[in-house]
Design a protein around this ligand. Structure first.
Ligand SMILES: Nc1ncnc2c1ncn2[C@@H]1O[C@H](COP(=O)(O)OP(=O)(O)O)[C@@H](O)[C@H]1O
Ligand SMILES: Cc1ncc(COP(=O)(O)O)c(N)n1
Length: 264
């Protein structure tokens, strides 16, 4: 029997911890066949981003055409789109992108910018209206709304406001909540707020948590799970992958998660 197919539209992380590499490893760990459209190359390792070369939007379109013409994509995740032009291009394909999970990657955990400054509105205007799920972290929610999003109460209001732009579900991720004993994400869908919580893992190996969460959500949507079940499963998956890599010392900076076969 054929495997289920998912697509990631994202940037390459040469260090293997985030971006396309994290997404494909996460898809494989879910026994979902991963396809990929690369929007940018980053020269990156666990310590930070040294350089970015964005792919011409025309060639992003050529990759999308090639994949969508030939393979039965059941769900899609977007990560680093690099420029507002690529956001607009991907939005133009929205009708052909089922189960669309939009992770609005704007700034890497290292602080390096991964998206054109002051052009973030493109996400709100063009892509969010087509998404099944959007997954900003606290800083991304703050940049998108132009105000501080610092605690769970702020995150709840942010999720409500971002939902007004059209996505069926908004998850404001709490991986950067200061002083929290739990990793609390705010999920807003259909006018209702729920908190998705897991025990906090004390580890510096947290590069790629957001990519892994969104990719696991897309993999589970591709497998036919309803959104709430997919999010809960993705949350458990990130928690397990963080726990399994907590003892690793890969690289001098923020190391990666332990996906699939490394997850014991
Ligand atoms: N140290 C941690 N322990 C447990 N869960 C975490 C930890 N860090 C992040 N998470 C979870 O990982 C997911 C990604 O969140 P976050 O790190 O905020 O995203 P991003 O990588 O986009 O900044 C969320 O579900 C969050 O709660
Ligand atoms: C190519 C690429 N895409 C995304 C991220 C964000 O990673 P994180 O999951 O840590 O927010 C990154 N650092 N590099």
């Amino acid at each position: 029997m054929n495997p289920v197919v998912a697509l990631t539209i994202a940037g390459s992380d040469s260090g293997g911890g985030a971006g396309i590499q994290a997404d494909l490893k996460t898809f494989a760990a879910h026994r979902v066949f991963g396809t990929s459209v690369i929007t940018a190359l980053t020269a990156q390792n666990t310590a930070g981003v040294r350089g970015i070369s964005a792919v011409d939007p025309g060639f992003v379109g050529a990759q999308l055409d090639a994949v969508l013409a030939d393979l039965p994509v059941a769900a899609v995740k977007t990560g680093m789109l690099a420029t507002p032009e690529t956001v607009a291009l991907v939005a133009g394909y929205a009708a052909r992108l089922p189960g669309l999970v939009v992770d609005p990657v704007l700034v890497a955990s290292s602080g390096d910018r991964l998206f054109t400054r002051d052009a973030e509105r493109a996400y709100l205007d063009l892509l969010f209206p087509h998404a099944a799920v959007v997954t900003p972290n606290l800083r991304e929610a703050s940049v998108l709304l132009g105000r501080d999003v610092l605690d769970v109460d702020d995150a709840i209001k942010a999720a409500e406001d971002l939902a007004a732009t059209g996505p069926a579900c908004v998850v404001v991720k709490g991986g950067h909540l200061r002083g929290s004993r739990d990793a609390v994400d705010v999920v807003y869908a259909g006018g209702t707020v729920e908190l998705l919580s897991s025990p906090w893992i004390d580890t510096a190996n947290n590069h790629g948590t957001g990519c892994t969460f969104a990719a696991a959500t897309a993999a589970r949507l591709a497998l036919g799970q309803p959104v709430a079940e997919a999010l809960a499963g993705a949350k458990d998956y990130v928690h397990a992958a963080l726990a399994a890599s907590a003892g690793w010392r890969l690289g001098a900076g923020h190391g990666p998660l332990a996906w699939g076969p490394f997850l014991t």
